[in-house]
Design a protein around this ligand. Structure first.
Ligand SMILES: O=C(O)[C@H](O)[C@H](O)COP(=O)(O)O
Ligand SMILES: [Mg+2]
Length: 279
């Protein structure tokens, strides 16, 4: 294999805590001439913010080696949807989405705006008038989710012409050895109330794979996806026709999940932890 696509949460780290010997393992791969690309569904950070995180954790990386679902979503809205300049995006999510939309010149509101974090008052039910410029609702992991945001997004999603997108639909988020609500569990209530399913721009979406391949021009058959989720990372690699998929047991998937994944869904190999590659 020449290229390794690395998932981040649950493979490299839990939150801001590096997992066992990650720096040594990535250094070993680079010393063997392997190309490393970080492909994360976590939309809370932009590529630039992820570079700062990687630097702070002692993992050398260039911004161009990072491909997150916030960037994937911004590229999709700009270059595939071709959202007109007089339209904008209502964002449920964190600064990663805002920064990547800005980098693509896409107008947005909501997101980390403090106004969005206020409790709904009686007058809000009367005063809310949908902004006709909204063409997209984009939902990602949001640490400040609340009724106001759901109520506002729902008003927009009742218009079938408004596009419903999700940066990713991971059900859970691994941190400090435990599982927490993931981006998919943030957008699920919107699906329940609107009876609409979002287009997801994160793994296993092949829109993301095509964008990653387009940027890095790699040979898929010489590329391996390394991840901790069967239904996102491994599915992403298999559906993308990559040369190989490798799962690790330091995130969401258990050995039982892998053994029960069946021939179509199971990774080519799995390890207890990534640093087992050092053996
Ligand atoms: O909920 C989420 O957004 C995801 O669980 C999380 O951020 C996944 O990140 P990844 O494992 O793709 O780096
Ligand atoms: Mg992960």
């Amino acid at each position: 294999m020449k290229v390794f696509l690395f998932d981040c949460d649950g493979v490299l780290w839990h939150g801001n805590t590096l997992l066992h010997k990650i720096v040594d393992t990535l250094d070993m791969l680079r010393s063997k001439g392997k190309q490393i690309v970080f492909v994360t569904n976590n939309s809370t950070k932009s590529r630039r913010a992820y570079k700062k995180k990687l630097d702070s954790l002692g993992i050398p990386a260039e911004v161009d080696e990072i491909f997150g679902s916030a960037y994937s979503s911004a590229v999709y809205i700009k270059r595939v949807v071709k959202l007109p300049a007089d339209k904008k995006v209502y964002v449920i999510g964190e600064s990663g989405i805002e920064e990547e939309l800005e980098s693509e010149g896409v107008r947005y509101f909501g997101g980390t705006d403090p106004e969005e974090r206020k409790v709904m008052q009686e007058e809000d039910y009367t005063n809310f008038v949908p902004d006709p410029e909204v063409g997209v609702v984009l939902c990602g992991l949001d640490n400040h989710i609340n009724y106001r945001k759901y109520a506002k997004a729902f008003q927009y999603l009742q218009d079938p012409n408004t596009l419903f997108l999700a940066t990713n639909v991971d059900s859970t988020f691994p941190n400090k050895g435990k599982l927490f609500p993931g981006a998919g569990s943030i957008s699920a209530p919107l699906s329940y109330m609107s009876k609409r399913v979002p287009i997801s721009l994160g793994k296993p979406s092949q829109a993301m794979m095509d964008a990653v391949e387009g940027k890095f021009q790699f040979d898929r058959k010489r590329t391996c996806m390394v991840g901790d989720r069967i239904d996102t990372d491994i599915k992403f690699g298999i559906a993308g026709g990559l040369g190989g998929t490798l799962a690790v047991l330091t995130g969401v998937a258990t050995e039982e999940d892998i053994l029960n994944a069946g021939p179509e869904g199971a990774p080519d190999a799995y390890l207890d932890k990534l640093s087992d590659l050092l053996r």
